[in-house]
Design a protein around this ligand. Structure first.
Ligand code: UFG
Length: 342
């Protein structure tokens, strides 16, 4: 049976790591990416790690004709749809860009899957759909809260679109939505990793750039949260562990093991770490100091969230394996390679 997977957004951070894991698990991968927030060099990295010549199709999922041509060119049997915009702050400034990139692209992909008889899709959702939860850890049954950014709203709407479409086409479509917690780290080879453009908005790239002396000082947003040390808590998941969850989801669907046509899984480690704890772990894992200071809270941030991953552990036969120290060391190895630091 052919195992050809279209990976949209496959030149991006999570997409490139997932492409590696899929190829290593025996899948034929085709990467489609418009390179708007990623580099073709990431695909070069995937090729080097896997020793394959994985194709990169420079195409925008919002361009239905271009995507139709790809569905005609390759015999996909599954899709992993990463392609999306992901900066919370930018989504407030440019909501229409987010609704276009994150919603129109998904509608196009689903229409093309139905048209070409492609059944399986793994979708990149986010723990952002839970908002500030009333009870921790969050399970897949924890109610979604009203989104507090257009970005968060696109993830909720996308989940609803997927659900409605499986209800209308139960024989033609199978969906697994993975709700990612905070992905960090880089491939152990240091050939692929996160490539933020400009000043990093996310914590770990800011930490590694500060450690590399590109930034003077890390600002810790908020020291007065209701947490043991006052800084905010997240569930930081290694990107390679996260990538492996996609392979597990893909086999589940292809082997007919899904319990329903639309399934959701939390993908995290199951443990929460504060910003200060993460900085401390980074310093211990790498021996490099990260100058930091506590400043005011960042607008729109939640106080604390971490995942209950027992459903994913049981049903997908998957669990996060890397320690946070290993993951932070991999992020540092990647940053050092980018900056040619010995
Ligand atoms: N933080 C700092 N200083 C920084 C950057 C971040 O203190 O320079 C803090 C944040 O305030 C937050 C934590 O580090 O408490 C993590 O922040 P990130 O920006 O790395 O991640 P977020 O939790 O804000 O966002 C991530 C993803 C989003 C996703 C969201 C869901 O980047 O795509 O989780 O909650 F929507």
């Amino acid at each position: 049976m052919k195992k050809s997977v279209l990976v949209t957004g496959g030149a991006g951070f999570i997409g490139s790591h997932t492409a590696v894991e899929l190829i290593e698990a025996g899948y034929d991968v085709v990467i489609a990416d418009n390179l708007s927030n990623s580099e073709a060099a990431a695909v070069e990295g995937v090729r080097k790690i896997t020793g394959t010549n994985v194709p990169l199709e420079v195409a925008d999922c919002c361009d239905r004709e271009a995507m139709d041509a790809l569905f005609r060119k390759y015999a996909f049997d599954s899709v992993i749809h990463f392609a999306a915009s992901k900066a919370v702050g930018e989504s407030v400034e440019k909501p229409l860009l987010y609704y276009r990139n994150n919603i129109l692209s998904l509608v196009n992909i689903l229409e093309l899957m139905l048209k070409h008889g492609v059944k399986n899709i793994v979708f990149s959702s986010s723990c952002t759909v839970y908002g500030e939860p009333d009870k921790l850890p969050v399970t897949e049954r924890t109610p979604r809260k009203k989104a507090n950014s257009p970005y968060g709203n696109t993830k909720q709407i996308a989940e609803d679109i997927l659900k409605d479409t499986t209800i209308a086409h139960p024989d033609a479509l199978r969906v697994i939505a993975l709700r990612y917690f905070n992905p960090i780290g880089a491939h152990p080879s240091a050939l692929i990793g996160e490539l933020p453009k400009g000043v990093p908005g996310n914590l770990v790239p800011y930490i590694t750039q500060t450690a590399a002396s590109l930034r003077e000082c890390l600002s810790i947003f908020g020291g007065d949260y209701d947490t043991p040390d006052g800084s905010a808590i997240r569930d930081y998941i290694d990107v390679t562990d996260l990538a492996k969850a996609h392979v597990a989801a893909m086999s589940r669907m292809r082997e007919g093991k899904s319990r329903s046509v639309y399934e959701i899984f939390n993908i995290g480690t199951g443990k929460g770490l504060s910003v200060l704890e993460l900085v401390d772990k980074f310093e211990r894992a790498t021996g490099v100091k990260v100058p930091h200071k506590i400043v005011g809270r960042r607008a729109g941030d939640i106080e604390k969230i971490w995942a209950d991953t027992s459903y994913a552990n049981r049903e997908l036969g998957w669990k996060a394996e890397k320690t946070t120290e290993e993951t932070l060391a991999s992020a540092w190895a990647w940053e050092k390679r980018l900056r040619s630091i010995e």
